[in-house]
Design a protein around this ligand. Sequence first.
Ligand SMILES: [Zn+2]
Length: 165
Amino acid sequence: MNFCPKCGCKLGESVKFCEECGADLREKILAEVYFRGFALILDYGPIFALSELILWLLSDPSPSLYNIFLFLSVYFLIGFGYFWLFEAYNNGQTIGKWVFRIRTVDTNTLEITTKKRYAINNLVRGTPLFLLDLAIGLVKNPEDPDKRIRWSQEFSKTIVVKTIK
Ligand SMILES: [Zn+2]
């Protein structure tokens, strides 16, 4: 059971505002940015390893358009597949998020969201557009009370929260 840090009343599971005094509790539930960063680094390990293995098996020895196409396709599929499958079928948690006890959830309900929204959330994960997604998010949302980092999170309507115990 959690208690409101301001008025001390009992709080339900995963609430954003205290029902009694209206205190903003997001600071308490949102995941710290550095934990999200660590989780991300951990998650890109297997994506990188698996993608490079497949590319090593399938690519031509000489530089070619086929290799570029293959590179983009493999990273897209592995990156998207990894993040989407884990988030959609493992309660909003990838391996990295599980290790650092954080979870991607619906912005409003703070519950697990739909498979479609998890798909939108991770569409550009394995593509060069990921850097653009991150850059736009960092420029747009530095003061965001929901601590959204990537631009995609506005479309997927998700936030990243700490898991309780
Ligand atoms: Zn309160």
